[in-house]
Design a protein around this ligand. Structure first.
Ligand code: PFF
Ligand code: NA
Length: 459
């Protein structure tokens, strides 16, 4: 047991399935749902993209989430050590634990730009609360947003604040309180989203928004759009980087992994779809461009808050809740690196949190500058597929569209082909049919789907 490290005495279990769901939902629901889902949907033509995305959630994301949670619970340790324990016990190649190492690296890169966008959300708490949105035209609102992007100092300030918030919680290990807050704040976010959907219904363009989201027109979907849908399914569910493995290690043995993973995936999907229903009617009502890119929510939601009664109050509340959702996701992104530094480098928790946070913050500066001073700098621009992609775009592409699906592919192959069927059956304790469905999807469908999408896009 020495190689895998012994189980720390204070390593508690989640008190219940519910506690796990809160933590996993806290990680899953974040900027991915409210910021990224609408804009990638807009950039990729709407309905057909959404349909492929939903298929990726159900047929790729969900089975992989179950596989990750299962590895974590079986290993009962941090991802790298769980993988080491399982490979040693079952006589498998120790190189499999690179899944955990790769996850740490991916999480680090994601957090570097996630924090910058988290900073946008913080800055919009002030923008809305100040009342400056009331009666603004879409041009005025667009100028507020482009003014923010053009200002590296302000972006740096809020990026720094966001990262500091994440480091503070991870360093002090006070996750539990925050996760309990998820129980109140997520439903609150949900209610506010429903309110904005209600506003969207009054714009006279609601059905246009619904049609854009749910009427698939495959002529609008490119092969790269399919890759984006797949990558976003991993991103939004926090998969492919061993995070659900880490959380799974705390899950009690008698809890159904399938039901739990379904709950988390459904909640995440509902939040994303609500965000889409809130945003696209506003886009069409104001003659905006669905493919406007990463600024989409910052150019649409403020219009709604500028027009609804008590809009500055609800707007500020909305962005506070968005910051909170991003915060719980950010924490889950820093955690793996901090754990790794503690285990491998013997640093204490405070130092490892600060070291990890500062390193990640520093990488984030590149994303900040790529929004203004370096906005014309496309480092790999000579490759057709990276044409016009700034550093921020490249980091997003590399992580969401390559590293996460690759991590998920490795998990699927490891669990589907290398772990014994008997062990999996014991761990999942599902009906025979449910198990067979999951196992076959993981063994055949998932790897083939990911591989085909890769081959089409990367060759
Ligand atoms: N799932 C988060 C979101 O949708 O905002 C982002 C994220 C968190 C991605 C944690 C990956 C991750 F490991
Ligand atoms: Na998400």
């Amino acid at each position: 047991d020495s190689a895998a490290g012994s189980l720390p005495a204070n390593r508690g279990r989640w008190s219940s399935r519910f506690a796990f769901i809160l933590a996993a939902t806290g990680s899953a629901v974040g900027l991915g749902n409210i910021w990224k889902f609408p804009y990638v949907t807009g950039e990729n033509g709407g309905g057909a993209f959404v349909l492929v995305y939903l298929m990726c959630i159900a047929a790729v994301g969900l089975p992989i989430m179950m596989a990750e949670v299962m590895i974590g619970r079986r290993g009962g340790r941090s991802p790298v050590n769980s993988m080491r324990l399982i490979t040693e016990r079952d006589g498998l190649n120790p190189a499999w634990r690179l899944i955990g190492v790769m996850g740490v690296l991916t999480a680090f890169i994601i957090l570097s730009f996630y924090s910058v966008i988290g900073g946008w959300a913080i800055s919009y708490v002030g923008v809305t609360a100040s009342g400056g949105l009331a009666g603004q035209s879409s041009e005025g609102i667009g100028e507020i947003f482009s003014g923010l992007l053009a200002d590296p100092g302000t972006l740096m300030l809020w990026h720094t604040v966001f990262m500091a918030m994440v480091v503070l919680v991870v360093a002090r290990g006070v996750r539990a309180g925050l996760e309990r807050a998820v129980k109140i704040l997520m439903p609150a976010l949900f209610v506010l989203l429903v309110m904005v959907v209600g506003y969207a219904m009054t714009t006279g363009h609601f059905s246009e928004g619904v049609a854009f989201l749910f009427e698939p027109n495959f002529a609008n979907l490119s092969t790269s759009g399919v890759l984006v849908a797949l990558g976003h399914a991993f991103f939004t569910l926090s998969l492919g980087m061993a995070i659900m493995m880490a959380y799974g290690s705390y899950l009690p043995k008698n809890v159904s992994i399938a039901k739990t993973a379904i709950s988390v995936s459904v909640m995440d999907t509902v939040v994303a779809l609500l965000a889409g229903l809130a945003i696209f009617p506003i886009v069409f009502a104001n003659g905006l461009e669905p493919g406007a890119g990463p600024g989409l929510i910052f150019q649409t939601l403020p219009l709604a808050f500028g027009q609804m009664p008590m809009g500055s109050f609800f707007g500020a509340l909305f962005f506070i809740l968005l910051v909170f959702a991003a915060w719980t996701s950010g924490i889950s992104l820093l955690e793996p690196l901090v754990e790794w530094l503690e285990e491998q480098k013997g640093m204490n928790r405070t130092i490892s949190s600060v070291v990890a946070g500062v390193a990640c913050w520093a990488l984030g500066i590149a994303s900040v500058l790529s929004l203004n001073l370096w906005s014309d700098f496309a480092p790999l621009g000579s490759f057709a597929m990276f044409e016009g992609k700034t550093i921020f775009d490249l980091l997003d592409f590399l992580t969401a569209n390559i590293l996460l699906p690759l991590g998920g592919l490795l998990v699927a192959i490891f669990v589907g082909w290398f772990l014994s069927r008997q062990a999996l059956e014991n761990e999942l304790s599902m009906s025979a049919r449910g198990f067979a469905l999951w196992h076959n999807v993981l063994r055949y469908f998932t790897p083939v789907a990911v591989a085909v999408v890769f081959i089409y896009n990367l060759t």
